[in-house]
Design a protein around this ligand. Structure first.
Ligand SMILES: [Zn+2]
Length: 289
């Protein structure tokens, strides 16, 4: 199977937080329309850093999230925006790389009235990503099982592509939960039962905590292909900019541990940069030379 490589595949790092840092645009997905060259440059920087897989700038490109952020959403076609994000990435992607189509949460909760329409919202996003030419649908940063299941089902039905699902976890009093409070074992069981091609954990409280989460995930998931994308920790706001504690010079011991656990795909989430990915590339190549 594609993801059961002995040598882990390397993804990119953050798209959203990097684009926000560079442009001050608070809704990074809009940059696909307004400043595609900046998005393209970021993809290029990740390829130069050694990524095997890059990710579309489409994490929050779903109707409920954009509607909350933009007053006049009327002119934005969600399907086209997602398709464009994939086209931009494909313009710089070489044949030996893979492209993840990023699908993040809608922000809706199962008790919200609008949650009923969630399949429709994921449908337009995933169709756009597929038609733009992504290789794999990545359903990421999920915290609510119901939402993850619907997104997965739509991905399976709408796109004849591999699907990776990844949830966000935190550790509290020694127990692991999703950010919506779902127990770790249940969440992992749900991910495995879906029949996804890859399951994983992303974002969260940084590299050290992710090592613990990855260990637990590996012990439950066994040979199931695993993706791990830690954030660069919880940021502090200093002089209006967000400073992430897990800087590239600090992550090596944790990256080594993650690889030794036997995960199949590694990359970075919020706050990580091409420099973080360069560190990961060096460690992977060193371990598997
Ligand atoms: Zn993140």
């Amino acid at each position: 199977m594609l993801f059961k490589t002995i040598k882990p595949l390397l993804c990119d790092g953050a798209i959203g937080t990097e684009l926000i840092k560079q442009t001050n645009q608070k809704i990074p997905e809009i940059l696909n329309l307004t400043q595609p060259e900046i998005v393209k440059q970021l993809h290029t920087n990740y390829i130069k850093a050694g990524s095997d897989i890059i990710t579309t700038n489409s994490f929050g490109a779903n109707y409920p999230r954009l509607k909350k952020a933009i007053k006049n959403l009327g002119e934005i076609n969600i399907y086209e925006l997602n398709k464009l994000s994939a086209k931009i990435a494909n313009e710089v992607k070489t044949k030996d790389k893979l492209l993840f189509g990023s699908v993040g949460p809608t922000g809706l909760k199962p008790e919200d009235k609008e949650f009923k329409k969630i399949a429709e919202y994921f449908g337009e996003q995933i169709r756009g990503l597929k038609d733009g030419g992504v290789d794999i649908i990545l359903i990421e940063t999920m915290t609510i099982v119901e939402e993850m299941k619907i997104a997965f089902e739509i991905a399976r039905n709408e796109a004849n592509l591999p699907v990776a699902v990844s949830m966000s976890f935190k550790i509290e009093n020694g127990q692991i939960y999703t950010y919506a409070g779902v127990d770790f074992k249940n969440a992992v069981k749900e991910m495995m039962n879906l029949g996804a091609d890859v399951i994983g954990a992303n974002c969260g409280n940084g590299f050290a905590e992710m090592v613990e989460i990855a260990k637990s995930l590996k012990s439950l998931a066994g040979d199931f292909p695993i993706l791990i994308q830690p954030s660069a920790g919880t940021p502090q706001k200093i002089n209006k900019s967000l400073i992430y504690p897990d800087t590239p010079d600090k992550i090596s011991p944790y990256v080594e541990k993650l690889i030794d656990i036997g995960i199949n795909i590694i990359g970075g989430c919020c706050g990580t940069t091409p420099e973080h990915i360069e560190v990961m590339r060096r460690i992977i190549d060193e371990k598997f030379k």
